[in-house]
Design a binder for this molecule. Structure first.
Ligand code: 13P
Ligand code: SF4
Length: 301
């Protein structure tokens, strides 16, 4: 890591009463300057607990938006405003309105990987860590689930008693993980456990020992007796796993890269602390409406 840049970041952080929240897929240098490193649920929770005036969010747009919606009085700064999750852009308000109209009584469960506008139309949000719990908890037996059809199919399997209407979105980083990618590694390392993210297709989840959120992988790897793991998610997840479990081996899928997560660099973090820009800006109306489904999810614990 560039020590000079890191020490300037520390200095400016103190000056501006800022904290740096970092998602598990960020590049190693950015993970190393995190005040909090986590999955989307954990980072949203942390954002609600901080006393800091400025939150520098190293992740993609929807994550920073959630932090802003939950903390409308704080500055939420994303070091690269173009870092957006393409899957969050796959569901549009017009299409969702039509689906709601065609399915009276259905409740809308939106994965947090959605825009604030889509959250504002939703009954409750979920993440990959709590999707099953959220879907089980909603009153209606019919659910419109947006936007990830892979996560939706996985939850549908775990909650067969509910009817889930799935929006046809997907994350190309996870959707394009193939059986062969996993099996080649498993042949080379037969005693490795396979952990995959539930944004993968069901045939990949079927090969895995566990489908887990990114923090779920961190927690599992710590407690497991296994020494080797094949990690079916964004490749830089392995950086944190290795750092926290130096005696264990993690095999990444080298092709599994989220280009938007990689847009944030140490220099951009420094710049955002110098300028306190770019800030997340959302209308009060959208923030107010999007808060309810996020809060409902958070209140579930
Ligand atoms: P997690 O909430 O598991 O960190 O996942 C976020 C994400 O975007 C996965 O692609
Ligand atoms: Fe979005 Fe996929 Fe990147 Fe996660 S890995 S932020 S779902 S594009």
């Amino acid at each position: 890591m560039n020590k000079e840049t890191a020490s300037k970041i520390k200095e400016l952080k103190e000056k501006h009463n800022a904290i740096i929240l970092v998602h598990n897929y960020q590049i190693p240098e950015v993970q190393d300057i995190a005040d909090f490193l986590g999955d989307s649920l954990d980072l949203a929770k942390t954002a609600t607990k901080t006393q800091a005036e400025n939150i520098v969010f190293c992740g993609v747009g929807f994550m920073a938006e959630s932090a802003k919606i939950l903390n409308p009085d704080k500055n939420v700064i994303i070091p690269d405003i173009t870092a957006k999750c393409p899957m969050a852009g796959m569901v549009n308000e017009e299409g969702l309105k039509k689906l709601i109209k065609a399915n009276p009584g259905a409740e809308v469960v939106s994965y947090v990987n959605t825009t604030a506008e889509i959250k504002a139309m939703s009954d409750i949000c979920c993440t990959s860590a709590n999707g099953e719990k959220v879907v089980k908890a909603v009153d209606s037996n019919k659910i419109i689930f947006v936007p990830d059809r892979n996560l939706g199919s996985y939850i549908q399997r775990l909650v067969p008693e509910k009817e889930m209407i799935l929006w046809p979105g997907m994350c190309s980083t996870h959707h394009n993980i193939y059986k062969d990618d996993i099996l080649k590694l498993k042949n080379k390392h037969p005693s490795a456990e396979i952990l995959v993210h539930p944004e993968c297709r069901l045939e990949i989840i079927d090969l895995a020992d566990y489908a887990l959120s990114t923090n779920g992988m961190v927690n599992y790897a710590k407690k497991s007796n296994s020494k080797e793991f094949i990690i079916g998610t964004e490749k830089d997840m392995c950086y944190r796993l290795k750092k926290e479990n130096p005696d264990k081996i993690f095999y990444p899928l080298k092709r599994a890269v989220c280009p938007n997560m990689k847009k944030i660099t140490l220099e951009k973090v420094l710049n955002s602390l110098k300028t306190l820009e770019p800030k997340i800006k959302l209308s009060d109306y959208i923030m107010e409406k999007a808060k309810m489904p996020l809060k409902r999810m958070m209140d579930m614990g």
